[in-house]
Design a binder for this molecule. Sequence first.
Ligand SMILES: [Zn+2]
Length: 329
Amino acid sequence: MIYKERSKPIRLMMLEALTRRLSQNHPMRSRVEEDCARQLAGYKGELAAQYFIDQLPAKTLVLYDLRIPADTQGNRFFQIDTLALTPGYALVMEVKNISGQLLFEPRYDQLIRKKKDGSEEVFPDPINQVRRQSQQLKDCFAYNKLPPLPIENLVVVANPYAKITVSSSDSRDHAAVIRYTAITSRMTEYAGQFRRNVLSQKQLEQVAATLLQIHTPNKNPILPVYQLLPSDLMTGVQCSACKSFDIVKKGRGWLCHKCLVREDSAGLLALIDYALLINKKATKKDLREFLRFTSKSSLQKWLKSLGLQYEGHSTKLVYNLCLELLLSK
Ligand SMILES: [Zn+2]
């Protein structure tokens, strides 16, 4: 049973918004694009692996995308891609969607990827990474006074064509990496190994509920990560067809002056960009400038039609750009 669904990570949404809003020649653009492409590949890999995970027995509680405090002060966090909780054990999975020839070298804490053109790229070793996550989860169980479950961990390669090699004399390192198609069979092996139920189904649900309660999504602003300021961002409403910012409010929808396409939700996407990149709260003046609205009354009418919550009144009015609400429209 899926206890916590996977949704598009907010970090990925922020990066996508940033690629929409940085000009082609902005010095930070290529770094943002690279980071965005990597996050997107990761997310796609997680979705591919999810197909197999969703078919696990109903008693298994699955929680996707957890970000949990790593200490009692809540200053540091650790992330888990996929956590499967069963009455006999817990399984931490780190999904990697990387193509090419993959050489895992846990001894040197590295993963080397050899691409088709012969070039190599080095990543931190996911085997060690998922073991650290397991240890952190074990500590988290202890300080949250949760019953101690044995914790297993796996690196799941979500790319069907990646060649997997593990360079290690330790058989545990070899067993630590699987391809996503093998998730179910590996969990059947674990079920044989951890036959004794440490927890009842009710206790298991309590553990899942506690983890969900302490889960803290990363909502830290993204602009400082790339040393950017709001003034680095392109303003206006973007046309999804030609990508220009020459689109204006026309009647109920939006009209692009450049390619003459009519759109229904172009302005909404601009509001989402503002909320993701700048602030969840905005005055009418902030939004008029960011969306490049010429008519105050038409902006006000449109914002009212979206049903946004607000505080204050007249010139002091501040809109609450609730992401969940905007994304649901
Ligand atoms: Zn256009």
